[in-house]
Design a protein around this ligand. Structure first.
Ligand code: PIT
Length: 417
Protein backbone atom coordinates (compact mmCIF):
# COMPACT_ATOMS: atom_id res chain seq x y z
CA UNK A 1 0.00 0.00 0.00
CA UNK A 2 1.25 3.48 -0.86
CA UNK A 3 2.65 5.35 2.09
CA UNK A 4 3.68 2.15 3.89
CA UNK A 5 2.47 1.20 7.31
CA UNK A 6 0.15 -1.54 6.15
CA UNK A 7 1.36 -5.00 5.31
CA UNK A 8 -1.16 -5.83 2.63
CA UNK A 9 -2.27 -3.63 -0.18
CA UNK A 10 -5.91 -2.83 0.47
CA UNK A 11 -6.87 -3.08 -3.16
CA UNK A 12 -10.22 -4.41 -4.16
CA UNK A 13 -10.49 -7.93 -5.54
CA UNK A 14 -13.35 -9.72 -7.15
CA UNK A 15 -13.05 -13.29 -8.13
CA UNK A 16 -15.96 -14.36 -10.23
CA UNK A 17 -14.21 -17.60 -11.09
CA UNK A 18 -15.34 -18.77 -7.72
CA UNK A 19 -18.60 -20.59 -7.79
CA UNK A 20 -21.59 -18.30 -7.92
CA UNK A 21 -24.60 -20.05 -6.46
CA UNK A 22 -27.87 -20.19 -8.27
CA UNK A 23 -29.37 -17.75 -5.81
CA UNK A 24 -27.08 -14.93 -6.80
CA UNK A 25 -27.70 -15.54 -10.46
CA UNK A 26 -31.38 -15.28 -9.72
CA UNK A 27 -30.78 -11.94 -8.02
CA UNK A 28 -28.93 -10.68 -11.07
CA UNK A 29 -31.78 -11.76 -13.27
CA UNK A 30 -34.16 -9.91 -11.02
CA UNK A 31 -32.16 -6.72 -11.43
CA UNK A 32 -32.32 -7.10 -15.13
CA UNK A 33 -36.05 -7.33 -14.91
CA UNK A 34 -36.33 -4.27 -12.77
CA UNK A 35 -33.93 -2.35 -15.00
CA UNK A 36 -35.22 -3.43 -18.39
CA UNK A 37 -35.63 0.23 -19.17
CA UNK A 38 -32.74 2.00 -17.53
CA UNK A 39 -33.22 5.74 -17.80
CA UNK A 40 -32.56 6.35 -21.48
CA UNK A 41 -29.64 8.57 -22.19
CA UNK A 42 -29.77 10.76 -25.26
CA UNK A 43 -26.33 11.30 -26.64
CA UNK A 44 -25.28 13.44 -29.54
CA UNK A 45 -22.14 12.60 -31.41
CA UNK A 46 -20.10 15.58 -32.75
CA UNK A 47 -21.80 15.31 -36.16
CA UNK A 48 -25.19 15.22 -34.60
CA UNK A 49 -24.31 18.17 -32.45
CA UNK A 50 -23.61 20.18 -35.57
CA UNK A 51 -27.21 19.47 -36.65
CA UNK A 52 -28.55 20.99 -33.50
CA UNK A 53 -30.10 24.41 -34.01
CA UNK A 54 -27.50 27.10 -33.76
CA UNK A 55 -28.29 29.51 -30.98
CA UNK A 56 -29.54 32.87 -32.18
CA UNK A 57 -27.57 35.88 -31.06
CA UNK A 58 -28.12 36.52 -27.40
CA UNK A 59 -29.47 33.06 -26.76
CA UNK A 60 -27.90 30.09 -25.19
CA UNK A 61 -29.13 26.64 -26.02
CA UNK A 62 -29.65 24.57 -22.95
CA UNK A 63 -29.71 20.83 -22.87
CA UNK A 64 -33.44 20.81 -22.61
CA UNK A 65 -35.51 18.74 -24.90
CA UNK A 66 -39.12 17.79 -24.63
CA UNK A 67 -41.58 15.55 -26.40
CA UNK A 68 -45.27 16.39 -26.43
CA UNK A 69 -48.10 14.04 -27.23
CA UNK A 70 -50.75 15.82 -29.30
CA UNK A 71 -54.53 15.39 -29.43
CA UNK A 72 -54.29 13.20 -32.52
CA UNK A 73 -51.83 10.83 -30.86
CA UNK A 74 -48.80 12.15 -32.67
CA UNK A 75 -45.60 13.19 -31.03
CA UNK A 76 -44.15 16.65 -31.40
CA UNK A 77 -40.71 17.68 -30.30
CA UNK A 78 -39.52 20.89 -28.75
CA UNK A 79 -36.17 22.29 -27.93
CA UNK A 80 -35.92 24.73 -25.09
CA UNK A 81 -33.65 27.77 -25.31
CA UNK A 82 -32.54 29.93 -22.48
CA UNK A 83 -32.29 33.58 -23.46
CA UNK A 84 -29.59 35.92 -22.26
CA UNK A 85 -32.20 37.41 -19.92
CA UNK A 86 -32.65 34.02 -18.27
CA UNK A 87 -36.18 33.33 -19.53
CA UNK A 88 -37.01 30.32 -21.69
CA UNK A 89 -38.16 30.14 -25.31
CA UNK A 90 -39.30 26.87 -26.74
CA UNK A 91 -39.14 26.04 -30.43
CA UNK A 92 -40.97 23.27 -32.14
CA UNK A 93 -38.74 20.90 -34.05
CA UNK A 94 -39.71 18.82 -37.01
CA UNK A 95 -37.59 16.33 -35.23
CA UNK A 96 -36.93 12.87 -36.40
CA UNK A 97 -35.39 11.08 -33.55
CA UNK A 98 -34.23 7.59 -33.83
CA UNK A 99 -33.38 5.95 -30.64
CA UNK A 100 -30.99 3.17 -31.08
CA UNK A 101 -30.75 0.65 -28.29
CA UNK A 102 -27.18 -0.09 -27.47
CA UNK A 103 -26.07 -3.49 -26.28
CA UNK A 104 -26.18 -2.42 -22.65
CA UNK A 105 -29.73 -1.12 -22.84
CA UNK A 106 -28.85 2.56 -22.97
CA UNK A 107 -30.33 4.57 -25.78
CA UNK A 108 -28.54 6.72 -28.25
CA UNK A 109 -29.98 9.54 -30.29
CA UNK A 110 -28.91 9.06 -33.85
CA UNK A 111 -30.50 11.87 -35.79
CA UNK A 112 -32.05 15.23 -35.25
CA UNK A 113 -33.30 17.87 -37.68
CA UNK A 114 -35.00 21.09 -36.90
CA UNK A 115 -37.71 23.51 -37.99
CA UNK A 116 -38.77 26.45 -35.85
CA UNK A 117 -42.48 26.97 -35.26
CA UNK A 118 -44.57 28.18 -32.39
CA UNK A 119 -45.11 26.12 -29.29
CA UNK A 120 -48.60 25.25 -28.10
CA UNK A 121 -49.61 27.35 -25.14
CA UNK A 122 -50.14 24.30 -22.97
CA UNK A 123 -46.60 23.00 -23.45
CA UNK A 124 -45.00 26.39 -22.88
CA UNK A 125 -47.03 26.73 -19.70
CA UNK A 126 -45.76 23.41 -18.33
CA UNK A 127 -42.20 24.23 -19.23
CA UNK A 128 -42.43 27.54 -17.42
CA UNK A 129 -43.69 26.00 -14.23
CA UNK A 130 -40.91 23.45 -13.81
CA UNK A 131 -37.37 24.28 -12.80
CA UNK A 132 -34.80 23.08 -15.26
CA UNK A 133 -33.17 20.46 -13.07
CA UNK A 134 -36.47 18.76 -12.36
CA UNK A 135 -36.67 17.66 -15.96
CA UNK A 136 -35.96 14.01 -16.32
CA UNK A 137 -35.67 11.74 -19.27
CA UNK A 138 -38.81 9.66 -19.43
CA UNK A 139 -39.03 6.92 -22.00
CA UNK A 140 -37.61 6.28 -25.40
CA UNK A 141 -39.91 7.36 -28.22
CA UNK A 142 -40.06 3.81 -29.44
CA UNK A 143 -41.44 2.63 -26.12
CA UNK A 144 -43.70 5.59 -25.58
CA UNK A 145 -47.40 4.95 -25.12
CA UNK A 146 -48.52 8.34 -26.35
CA UNK A 147 -51.38 9.65 -24.26
CA UNK A 148 -53.35 12.70 -25.23
CA UNK A 149 -52.02 15.81 -23.52
CA UNK A 150 -49.07 13.97 -21.97
CA UNK A 151 -45.88 15.95 -21.89
CA UNK A 152 -42.75 13.86 -21.76
CA UNK A 153 -39.65 15.83 -21.05
CA UNK A 154 -36.29 14.62 -22.12
CA UNK A 155 -32.99 16.03 -21.14
CA UNK A 156 -30.28 15.67 -23.68
CA UNK A 157 -27.51 14.19 -21.62
CA UNK A 158 -24.50 16.06 -22.76
CA UNK A 159 -21.13 16.16 -21.11
CA UNK A 160 -20.73 19.73 -22.40
CA UNK A 161 -22.88 20.71 -19.45
CA UNK A 162 -19.93 19.94 -17.18
CA UNK A 163 -16.62 21.72 -16.97
CA UNK A 164 -13.93 19.23 -15.97
CA UNK A 165 -11.62 20.77 -13.38
CA UNK A 166 -9.21 18.13 -12.14
CA UNK A 167 -8.63 14.44 -11.54
CA UNK A 168 -9.71 13.18 -8.13
CA UNK A 169 -8.64 9.60 -8.48
CA UNK A 170 -7.52 6.91 -10.85
CA UNK A 171 -8.34 3.22 -10.61
CA UNK A 172 -7.85 0.24 -12.86
CA UNK A 173 -11.35 0.48 -14.32
CA UNK A 174 -12.21 4.14 -13.97
CA UNK A 175 -10.99 7.68 -13.42
CA UNK A 176 -12.80 10.12 -11.16
CA UNK A 177 -12.85 13.76 -12.22
CA UNK A 178 -14.01 16.83 -10.39
CA UNK A 179 -16.27 19.00 -12.56
CA UNK A 180 -18.58 21.98 -12.32
CA UNK A 181 -22.15 21.81 -13.55
CA UNK A 182 -22.42 24.91 -15.74
CA UNK A 183 -26.17 25.11 -15.19
CA UNK A 184 -26.32 24.81 -11.41
CA UNK A 185 -22.73 25.95 -10.70
CA UNK A 186 -22.45 22.97 -8.33
CA UNK A 187 -19.39 20.78 -8.09
CA UNK A 188 -19.91 17.16 -9.05
CA UNK A 189 -17.72 14.10 -9.43
CA UNK A 190 -17.65 12.12 -12.68
CA UNK A 191 -16.51 8.53 -12.57
CA UNK A 192 -15.43 7.73 -16.10
CA UNK A 193 -15.49 4.09 -17.12
CA UNK A 194 -13.68 3.46 -20.36
CA UNK A 195 -15.81 1.20 -22.54
CA UNK A 196 -12.64 -0.49 -23.75
CA UNK A 197 -12.08 -1.74 -20.21
CA UNK A 198 -15.66 -2.89 -19.80
CA UNK A 199 -15.01 -5.62 -22.28
CA UNK A 200 -16.50 -8.56 -20.45
CA UNK A 201 -20.15 -9.08 -19.73
CA UNK A 202 -19.54 -9.38 -16.00
CA UNK A 203 -17.97 -5.90 -15.76
CA UNK A 204 -20.86 -4.41 -17.73
CA UNK A 205 -23.35 -6.18 -15.50
CA UNK A 206 -21.51 -4.92 -12.43
CA UNK A 207 -21.67 -1.33 -13.68
CA UNK A 208 -25.37 -1.64 -14.44
CA UNK A 209 -25.90 -2.96 -10.94
CA UNK A 210 -23.83 -0.15 -9.42
CA UNK A 211 -25.95 2.46 -11.19
CA UNK A 212 -29.18 0.70 -10.31
CA UNK A 213 -28.23 0.55 -6.63
CA UNK A 214 -26.94 4.13 -6.51
CA UNK A 215 -30.31 5.31 -7.80
CA UNK A 216 -32.03 3.60 -4.86
CA UNK A 217 -29.95 5.35 -2.23
CA UNK A 218 -30.87 8.58 -0.51
CA UNK A 219 -28.98 9.13 2.74
CA UNK A 220 -26.94 12.08 4.06
CA UNK A 221 -23.87 9.86 4.50
CA UNK A 222 -24.01 8.23 1.09
CA UNK A 223 -22.91 9.93 -2.10
CA UNK A 224 -25.91 10.87 -4.23
CA UNK A 225 -26.41 9.73 -7.77
CA UNK A 226 -26.90 12.51 -10.33
CA UNK A 227 -26.86 11.04 -13.82
CA UNK A 228 -25.21 8.67 -16.25
CA UNK A 229 -24.01 9.86 -19.62
CA UNK A 230 -22.76 7.54 -22.29
CA UNK A 231 -20.38 8.77 -24.94
CA UNK A 232 -18.72 6.89 -27.75
CA UNK A 233 -15.73 5.94 -25.60
CA UNK A 234 -16.96 6.07 -22.02
CA UNK A 235 -19.75 5.63 -19.52
CA UNK A 236 -19.76 8.66 -17.21
CA UNK A 237 -21.29 8.13 -13.81
CA UNK A 238 -22.09 11.50 -12.28
CA UNK A 239 -22.44 11.80 -8.52
CA UNK A 240 -22.50 14.65 -6.04
CA UNK A 241 -19.11 15.95 -4.93
CA UNK A 242 -18.28 14.56 -1.52
CA UNK A 243 -14.92 16.25 -1.10
CA UNK A 244 -11.51 15.10 -2.24
CA UNK A 245 -10.30 13.62 1.02
CA UNK A 246 -10.75 9.96 1.87
CA UNK A 247 -10.56 8.71 5.43
CA UNK A 248 -7.26 7.10 4.49
CA UNK A 249 -5.68 10.39 3.44
CA UNK A 250 -7.28 12.12 6.45
CA UNK A 251 -5.62 9.68 8.88
CA UNK A 252 -2.21 10.36 7.37
CA UNK A 253 -2.05 13.79 8.99
CA UNK A 254 -2.21 12.34 12.52
CA UNK A 255 0.76 11.00 14.46
CA UNK A 256 0.67 7.20 14.13
CA UNK A 257 -2.26 7.66 11.74
CA UNK A 258 -4.85 7.16 14.41
CA UNK A 259 -7.64 9.07 16.10
CA UNK A 260 -8.64 9.28 19.73
CA UNK A 261 -11.72 7.35 20.74
CA UNK A 262 -14.18 10.26 20.68
CA UNK A 263 -13.07 11.50 17.25
CA UNK A 264 -13.18 7.97 15.87
CA UNK A 265 -16.67 7.56 17.29
CA UNK A 266 -17.93 10.73 15.57
CA UNK A 267 -16.88 9.36 12.18
CA UNK A 268 -17.77 5.74 12.91
CA UNK A 269 -21.35 6.70 13.85
CA UNK A 270 -21.94 8.23 10.43
CA UNK A 271 -20.42 5.24 8.65
CA UNK A 272 -22.60 2.78 10.57
CA UNK A 273 -25.70 4.88 9.83
CA UNK A 274 -24.88 4.77 6.10
CA UNK A 275 -24.29 1.01 6.16
CA UNK A 276 -27.36 0.34 8.29
CA UNK A 277 -29.43 2.33 5.78
CA UNK A 278 -28.05 0.18 2.95
CA UNK A 279 -28.81 -2.99 4.92
CA UNK A 280 -32.35 -1.79 5.60
CA UNK A 281 -32.78 -1.74 1.81
CA UNK A 282 -31.12 -5.15 1.55
CA UNK A 283 -28.11 -3.61 -0.14
CA UNK A 284 -24.70 -4.94 0.84
CA UNK A 285 -21.71 -2.74 -0.03
CA UNK A 286 -19.00 -5.44 0.00
CA UNK A 287 -16.09 -3.02 -0.17
CA UNK A 288 -16.18 -0.91 2.98
CA UNK A 289 -12.73 0.53 3.61
CA UNK A 290 -10.99 3.83 4.43
CA UNK A 291 -10.56 4.67 0.75
CA UNK A 292 -14.30 4.42 0.11
CA UNK A 293 -15.24 6.92 2.75
CA UNK A 294 -14.97 10.60 1.91
CA UNK A 295 -14.66 13.24 4.56
CA UNK A 296 -15.68 16.85 4.10
CA UNK A 297 -14.19 19.76 6.06
CA UNK A 298 -17.26 19.79 8.30
CA UNK A 299 -16.45 16.17 9.27
CA UNK A 300 -19.41 14.87 7.30
CA UNK A 301 -18.71 11.49 5.77
CA UNK A 302 -19.96 10.07 2.48
CA UNK A 303 -19.81 6.41 1.60
CA UNK A 304 -18.79 5.85 -2.04
CA UNK A 305 -18.05 3.12 -4.55
CA UNK A 306 -20.95 0.75 -4.92
CA UNK A 307 -19.09 -1.18 -7.62
CA UNK A 308 -19.34 -4.43 -5.66
CA UNK A 309 -22.62 -3.78 -3.97
CA UNK A 310 -25.45 -6.23 -4.35
CA UNK A 311 -29.10 -6.54 -3.47
CA UNK A 312 -29.60 -9.51 -1.21
CA UNK A 313 -32.43 -11.76 -0.34
CA UNK A 314 -32.69 -12.56 3.37
CA UNK A 315 -32.53 -16.30 2.84
CA UNK A 316 -29.98 -16.41 0.05
CA UNK A 317 -26.27 -16.63 0.36
CA UNK A 318 -23.78 -15.02 -2.00
CA UNK A 319 -20.90 -16.77 -3.67
CA UNK A 320 -18.82 -14.11 -5.37
CA UNK A 321 -15.53 -13.69 -3.57
CA UNK A 322 -14.86 -9.97 -3.54
CA UNK A 323 -13.67 -7.09 -1.43
CA UNK A 324 -10.30 -5.92 -0.16
CA UNK A 325 -8.17 -8.60 1.55
CA UNK A 326 -7.42 -6.77 4.81
CA UNK A 327 -11.15 -6.11 5.31
CA UNK A 328 -12.39 -9.57 4.31
CA UNK A 329 -14.44 -11.64 6.74
CA UNK A 330 -13.41 -15.24 7.58
CA UNK A 331 -16.34 -16.74 5.63
CA UNK A 332 -15.10 -14.88 2.54
CA UNK A 333 -11.49 -16.00 2.85
CA UNK A 334 -12.75 -19.52 3.54
CA UNK A 335 -14.46 -19.26 0.17
CA UNK A 336 -17.77 -20.31 1.64
CA UNK A 337 -21.08 -19.01 0.41
CA UNK A 338 -21.93 -16.14 2.72
CA UNK A 339 -24.70 -13.84 3.83
CA UNK A 340 -23.84 -10.33 2.67
CA UNK A 341 -24.63 -8.10 5.64
CA UNK A 342 -22.26 -9.74 8.17
CA UNK A 343 -19.41 -9.25 5.70
CA UNK A 344 -20.00 -5.48 5.83
CA UNK A 345 -20.11 -5.61 9.64
CA UNK A 346 -16.74 -7.38 9.76
CA UNK A 347 -15.30 -4.65 7.50
CA UNK A 348 -16.77 -2.05 9.89
CA UNK A 349 -14.91 -3.79 12.73
CA UNK A 350 -11.65 -3.63 10.77
CA UNK A 351 -12.34 0.02 9.97
CA UNK A 352 -12.94 1.02 13.61
CA UNK A 353 -9.82 -0.88 14.62
CA UNK A 354 -7.72 0.99 12.03
CA UNK A 355 -9.20 4.36 13.06
CA UNK A 356 -8.11 3.70 16.67
CA UNK A 357 -4.75 2.02 16.10
CA UNK A 358 -3.43 3.14 12.71
CA UNK A 359 -2.90 -0.47 11.64
CA UNK A 360 -4.92 -3.46 10.54
CA UNK A 361 -6.05 -6.11 13.03
CA UNK A 362 -4.96 -8.90 10.67
CA UNK A 363 -1.69 -8.72 8.75
CA UNK A 364 0.41 -10.99 6.65
CA UNK A 365 3.37 -10.78 4.30
CA UNK A 366 1.15 -12.11 1.52
CA UNK A 367 -2.55 -12.81 0.93
CA UNK A 368 -2.31 -16.38 2.08
CA UNK A 369 -0.62 -15.35 5.37
CA UNK A 370 -3.21 -12.65 5.87
CA UNK A 371 -6.09 -15.04 5.22
CA UNK A 372 -4.61 -17.42 7.80
CA UNK A 373 -4.69 -14.64 10.40
CA UNK A 374 -8.25 -13.67 9.50
CA UNK A 375 -9.43 -17.28 9.82
CA UNK A 376 -7.90 -17.47 13.30
CA UNK A 377 -9.56 -14.17 14.20
CA UNK A 378 -6.87 -13.28 16.73
CA UNK A 379 -5.84 -9.66 16.84
CA UNK A 380 -3.82 -7.43 19.11
CA UNK A 381 -5.89 -5.68 21.77
CA UNK A 382 -6.88 -2.07 21.05
CA UNK A 383 -5.88 0.58 23.52
CA UNK A 384 -9.45 1.83 24.06
CA UNK A 385 -12.23 1.75 26.63
CA UNK A 386 -13.61 -1.70 27.54
CA UNK A 387 -16.96 -0.81 25.90
CA UNK A 388 -15.22 0.06 22.68
CA UNK A 389 -13.13 -3.12 22.80
CA UNK A 390 -16.30 -5.12 23.35
CA UNK A 391 -17.97 -3.61 20.29
CA UNK A 392 -14.90 -4.34 18.15
CA UNK A 393 -14.89 -7.95 19.29
CA UNK A 394 -18.61 -8.24 18.48
CA UNK A 395 -17.93 -7.02 14.94
CA UNK A 396 -14.81 -9.16 14.53
CA UNK A 397 -16.63 -12.35 15.55
CA UNK A 398 -15.59 -15.28 13.40
CA UNK A 399 -19.01 -16.91 13.16
CA UNK A 400 -21.09 -14.69 10.89
CA UNK A 401 -24.33 -15.83 12.53
CA UNK A 402 -23.06 -14.59 15.92
CA UNK A 403 -21.68 -11.31 14.64
CA UNK A 404 -23.42 -8.12 15.74
CA UNK A 405 -25.75 -6.47 13.19
CA UNK A 406 -25.75 -2.79 12.23
CA UNK A 407 -29.10 -2.43 13.95
CA UNK A 408 -27.54 -3.67 17.20
CA UNK A 409 -24.49 -1.42 16.74
CA UNK A 410 -26.87 1.54 16.56
CA UNK A 411 -28.15 0.53 20.01
CA UNK A 412 -24.69 -0.12 21.48
CA UNK A 413 -23.67 1.66 24.68
CA UNK A 414 -20.26 2.86 23.49
CA UNK A 415 -21.75 3.93 20.15
CA UNK A 416 -24.35 6.09 21.91
CA UNK A 417 -22.15 7.45 24.70
C1 PIT B 1 -16.03 12.29 -4.96
C2 PIT B 1 -14.66 12.34 -4.82
C3 PIT B 1 -13.92 11.22 -5.14
C4 PIT B 1 -14.54 10.07 -5.59
C5 PIT B 1 -15.89 10.03 -5.73
C6 PIT B 1 -16.66 11.14 -5.41
C7 PIT B 1 -16.49 8.79 -6.18
C8 PIT B 1 -17.74 8.53 -6.03
C9 PIT B 1 -18.40 7.29 -6.34
C10 PIT B 1 -17.79 6.20 -6.95
C11 PIT B 1 -18.51 5.05 -7.19
C12 PIT B 1 -19.83 4.97 -6.83
C13 PIT B 1 -20.43 6.05 -6.22
C14 PIT B 1 -19.71 7.18 -5.98
O1 PIT B 1 -20.52 3.81 -7.06
O2 PIT B 1 -12.58 11.24 -4.99
O3 PIT B 1 -16.76 13.37 -4.63
O4 PIT B 1 -17.98 3.96 -7.77
Amino acid sequence: MKGGGFKVRPTTRCNSAIRRPAQELAILDLYQQTTINPVPQLILTPTQRSLRPRPKTGMRVTDQYCTVATQDNKTEHYLRHKTAQGSYRTNKQSTKIQLETLADGLLKKTSITQLDTDVPQQCEQKLKTQPLDLFKISRSSSQQQVNTNTVLHQQISNLDRYLILTTLGQGSYATVKLARDKLTEKLIAIKIYSKAKLCNQQRKQQLKREIHILKLLDHPNIIKYVNTIETQMDINLIVEYGGSKSLRSYLKQFPNRRLDEDDAKLLFRQIVKAVDYCHSLNIVHRDIKLENILLKDNNEIKLIDFGFSVLVNRDCKLGVFCGTPSYMAPELVNKQDYFGKPVDVWALGVLLYVLLTGHFPFKGSNDSDLYGQIKKGIYQKVNASPQCQKLISQMLTIRASERITTLRILQDRWFNS
